[in-house]
Design a protein. Structure first.
Length: 562
């Protein structure tokens, strides 16, 4: 006779143990009844660090932050019904941003589906094309052969979530009642799983020689967007750029602007100086990662018809929204840089890099007299953050101001963000996931709407060192720069000012709170917040003044930069 309760415990333990043996360390659990065997296995497994998040949407983004910090899959557990649907926004971000998640949704057994049973929804292929794989598990079975199969499936799921392109994998786990046995519990033992070895993709020797010949001596540009790069990539890229005497236009999320690896080829003010009509035309462009956030850089690249644009990606993606790529190089970025560095014979004329460095200097000078208030906030952040800190940046204007005004430096700082789908949802929870994984001290730079959108996520802030800097410009300030700003319905339909007192949110969730201006007040408040604990620093931004100063800077940058 089948012992359903005993089988549930064995099944769940075997699955979680195999995931742990495959490298999973963190699990984020949203409480529920049907998921009890899975949750209990996570809570009792010695190799799993379990976090509890009541809100499934916040839980999924929290797991996303953990996975970003650790560069390894994180398990999510929830009950059946509408619960897994709340994961969807984070699943989309994980898919598009290349972040590994293992989604374990408990479900009703087949006989309770489609018949009006409580909390039974169609969870099969719930996330569609946004997962690397979907697996519908059978109901728990204590047969040794089935348990061995389950271990292999768990190892396969981790592999699918990590290679060739990291992302989410969904396992739907139907469980029959009774969910738990009476004592005694079955013996639970750990067991090994298959180890997986991954290749390092490189170009063939002939292709590498040919490419090096094309790049040698040319006036080139290297463009780096957001990406999940290896720790060897920054130094390898810097060496290649030095040998080519080539400017590196680095998006903040490429994590090339700050650190000891940086050399004088890395530039950050291109959003300003590429607005100039006299920006020189390169002989070639070598691109790594996603398309950078800067619109002026995108317009510049789009205008380079006939210029070879070479896109490097080893994950199977086609990251060419401008449709200007002339060649796709399926190679590991660090390995390709090392290959080319050994083969490049000539650098560009010294005047090429010098012209871009001079434009970088002019753009920095233009920002000095009357910078937008957000620029002062960004500069203060960069100055006060200690080496090794993590800066999580929200979307909309926050990432654009960081891009435009961060500058570069030798201090090691990690910049993170959710630029896969570029939503304003889940930013608080993602930042706290990073902090929970040890990426501290952590500062999150968010707009007021992004902060409001995920205030529920602040429930995870207790006990963490995390500072939320909220740029409150009274709504969706980015729309001031878009055609909608001229509409009669602009304020009601797009700007949507909140008029909320965020001090109440800070008090509710146990954060220290300060409301300051963008100058000395912010500097003092940030210095206090960085001493430890969870803090909310709200920075009041005069939106009209900010818009005027942004536009004045952009107009000045459009003239005679080269």
């Amino acid at each position: 006779m089948t012992d359903t309760a005993r089988d549930n415990v064995l099944w769940a333990w075997t699955l979680i143990d195999a995931l742990a043996a495959s490298g999973v360390v963190h699990a984020v659990i949203s409480p529920g009844s049907r998921s009890t065997p899975l949750a209990l296995a996570c809570l009792r497994h010695p190799g799993i660090i379990a976090s509890i998040q009541v809100d499934e949407r916040s839980a999924a983004f929290f797991a996303l932050g953990l996975a970003k910090a650790r560069h390894q899959p994180v398990v999510l557990v929830c009950t059946s019904g509408s619960a897994p649907a709340h994961w969807y926004p984070a699943v989309i971000e994980a898919d598009m941003g290349g972040t590994p998640l293992i989604l374990l949704s408990a479900d009703r057994p087949p006989e309770l589906r489609g018949c009006g049973a409580n909390q039974a929804t169609d969870q099969n292929n719930l996330f569609g094309s946004h997962v690397r794989a979907f697996h519908e598990l059978p109901c728990a079975d204590g047969d040794p052969d089935m348990l061995r199969w389950l271990r292999a499936l768990a190892a396969q799921a981790v592999d699918q979530g990590c290679w060739p392109l990291a992302g989410p994998v969904h396992l739907n786990v139907p469980l029959r009642e009774p969910l738990l046995p009476d004592r005694p519990w079955p013996a639970l033992q750990a067991a090994p799983v298959a180890a997986v070895c991954y290749p390092v993709m490189t170009l063939s020797p002939d292709a590498a020689h040919s490419l090096a010949g094309e790049l040698s001596g040319g006036r080139g540009l290297i463009v780096c967007g957001a990406g999940v790069f290896s720790s060897e990539f920054p130094a390898a890229l810097m060496d290649l750029a030095h040998r080519l005497a080539c400017p590196v236009l680095a998006d903040p999320l490429a994590n090339l602007r700050f650190g000891a690896h940086r050399n004088n080829t890395v530039l950050s003010r291109y959003d300003a100086f590429l607005r100039a009509a006299d920006a020189p035309r390169p002989d070639w462009v070598l691109r790594f990662g996603a398309m950078p956030v800067s619109k002026s850089l995108q317009r510049f690249l789009d205008g380079l018809a006939g210029v070879p644009q070479l896109l490097v990606d080893c994950g199977g993606r086609w990251l060419d929204p401008l449709h200007r790529a002339s060649r796709l190089l399926r190679a590991d970025p660090a390995a390709l840089c090392r290959q080319l560095s050994e083969l490049v014979e000539r650098a560009a004329p010294p005047s090429w890099l010098a012209a871009f460095k001079a434009a970088e200097h002019r753009a920095a000078q233009l920002a000095e007299p009357e910078p937008p208030p957000e620029a002062e906030v960004v500069r203060t952040l960069i100055d006060l953050l200690p080496a090794g800190a993590t800066l999580f940046c929200g979307n909309s204007m926050a990432i654009r101001d960081l891009d435009a005004y961060s500058g570069c430096g030798d201090k090691a700082l990690r910049i993170a963000g959710n630029r896969g789908a570029s939503g304003i949802d889940g930013n608080v929870s993602t930042a706290l996931g990073l902090a929970a994984a040890g990426a501290t001290p952590l500062v999150a730079l968010l707009g007021d709407l992004a902060f409001y959108h995920d205030m529920n996520g602040l429930a995870a802030a207790r006990g963490l060192d995390a500072v939320f800097v909220v740029l409150n410009n009274g709504g969706g300030g980015i729309f001031e720069y878009l055609p909608q700003a001229g509409l009669e319905e602009f304020e009601r339909g797009w700007l949507t000012p909140l008029e909320l007192d965020f001090s109440h949110a800070a008090a509710l969730y146990g954060l220290s709170y300060a409301k300051v201006d963008h100058g000395a007040g912010f500097c003092a408040a940030l210095a206090v917040a960085l001493k430890g604990g969870a803090h909310l620093v709200e920075v009041s931004i005069d939106r009209a003044n900010s818009v005027a100063r942004h536009r004045a800077y952009w107009e000045a940058a459009g003239e005679n930069m080269f």
